[in-house]
Ligand binder design. Structure first.
Ligand SMILES: Cc1ncc(COP(=O)(O)O)c(C=O)c1O
Length: 386
């Protein structure tokens, strides 16, 4: 196994950080790059905004912002012209919901594993338009991806206008077969919105192959950039009709598609500019090998945890990436356990609920050691025996 690289991260050395999924963690050298871009800005804000950043109000497709966009687009195999930088997935999904037109009785189809704020966004959108949000119940344990696709597709009706689906679900940490869903939807003329909040940097992404109408992901989770770094990729067929969430000078100057949706008045773009630094960091530290090693260890531990709690596993390994949901005993008091782990053991762990089920979402990254997962297991054992 490759050596642990905890010292490369800014994380407090005295804590056990076993919840990468919620907000990620940033390496020192990527953070230095971030701060360097902020210093460049403050040395001469005029020069930075009008000349350096995007070249004369974005009329020239050059400069560090376009370099970051191209690097990210290459990394996820997407057309850079459709990539918009957004602060997070929540904003991207609001922009999509704001732009799509719904009529009475239109249906928006999702699973019942979607992230809370995303459900809230689409629920409001549907209420405002007398449309219907249908959350397809996907029971645990899940069977095969092929069965998932067939079952989900059976809920499609002639009124289905939009499909909203996580690429990796939040509480249950399942990698959903979004490519197969997007392919069927394209043939059926249904708009697809993929919430890949946990995807970029955690799994290999090929957006051209997935072929979603809208795909958004957070770089500040698994790509290791500072917070506030996400992207929204808009399919070429959707660009002309895509409404800006914020109206600014772009409305008048008409720069590129990306800039038209990014120019929100004065903004600090430093977090986006260090995407190339995050990619270099991953390359330098053999991230592909680290992914493989982390997954193997995580799968071993999630089985150990399930045996310990006498609960069945929620899926086989084909549904998993670098986080894994494990059912906790039904009577677990979530907040109390979460507090106990932090106060008694300085463990940060993701304890949550899906439907009525208490879940711990295990996570392992290059700054962790196997001992920390063991410690987590022992700490939960101790808590149960209190
Ligand atoms: C599946 C999913 N979607 C969306 C989000 C929202 O991400 P953000 O708060 O960065 O907008 C999260 C956050 O963890 C998530 O897990």
């Amino acid at each position: 196994m490759l050596a642990n690289i905890r010292s490369e991260f800014l994380l407090d050395p005295d804590i056990h950080y076993l919840n990468h999924g919620s907000f990620g963690a940033c390496p020192r050298e990527v953070f230095r790059d971030y701060q360097n871009w902020q210093r460049i800005l403050e040395r001469n804000p005029i020069d930075y905004y009008t000349r350096q950043l995007k070249g004369l109000f974005g009329k020239k497709a050059s400069g560090p912002l376009e370099e970051a966009r191209t690097a990210l687009a290459d990394f996820v195999n997407a057309d850079a012209a459709g990539m918009i930088f957004t602060p997070n997935v929540t904003v991207a999904l609001n922009a999509i919901a704001n732009s799509i037109k719904l009529q009475a009785d239109d249906e928006v189809l999702a699973t019942d594993h979607e992230y809370g704020t995303i459900v809230a966004t689409w629920a409001r959108k549907c209420t405002q338009n007398d449309a219907i949000l249908k959350e397809v119940e996907i029971d645990l344990p899940v069977s095969t991806q092929a069965e998932f696709v067939d079952y989900f597709w059976k809920q499609v009706t002639p009124n289905t206008k939009v499909i909203v689906m996580s690429h990796i679900t939040s509480a249950t940490a399942l990698v959903l077969p979004v490519k197969e869903i997007c392919q069927r939807a394209r043939k059926a003329g249904i708009i697809t919105v993929i919430d890949g909040a946990h995807a970029v940097g955690q799994i290999d992404l090929d957006l051209e192959n997935i072929d979603a109408d809208f795909y958004t992901s957070n770089c500040h989770k698994w790509l290791l950039t500072p917070k506030g770094t996400a992207f929204l990729h808009v399919h070429a067929t959707q660009r002309a009709a895509f409404e800006p969430l914020v109206i600014s000078w772009a409305e008048i100057n008409q720069p590129s598609f990306s800039l038209r949706h990014e120019m929100w008045g004065t903004r600090d773009m430093a977090a986006f500019l260090c995407i190339p630094a995050a990619l270099r960091f991953r390359e330098k530290h053999n991230w592909k090998t680290r992914h493989r090693e982390a997954r193997a260890l995580l799968y071993e531990f999630r089985d150990k945890f399930s045996i310990e709690f006498d609960r069945e596993t929620i899926c086989d390994q084909s549904w998993l990436a670098q986080i894994a949901g494990v059912l906790l005993p039904a009577e677990t008091k979530l907040f109390e356990l979460w507090q106990y782990l932090w106060e008694e053991h300085r463990i940060e762990a993701m304890i949550t609920r899906w439907r009525e089920e208490p879940i711990i979402r295990l996570s392992y990254n290059a700054y962790n050691t196997p001992d920390e997962l063991d410690l987590l297991l022992q700490a939960i054992r101790q808590y149960q025996n209190l």
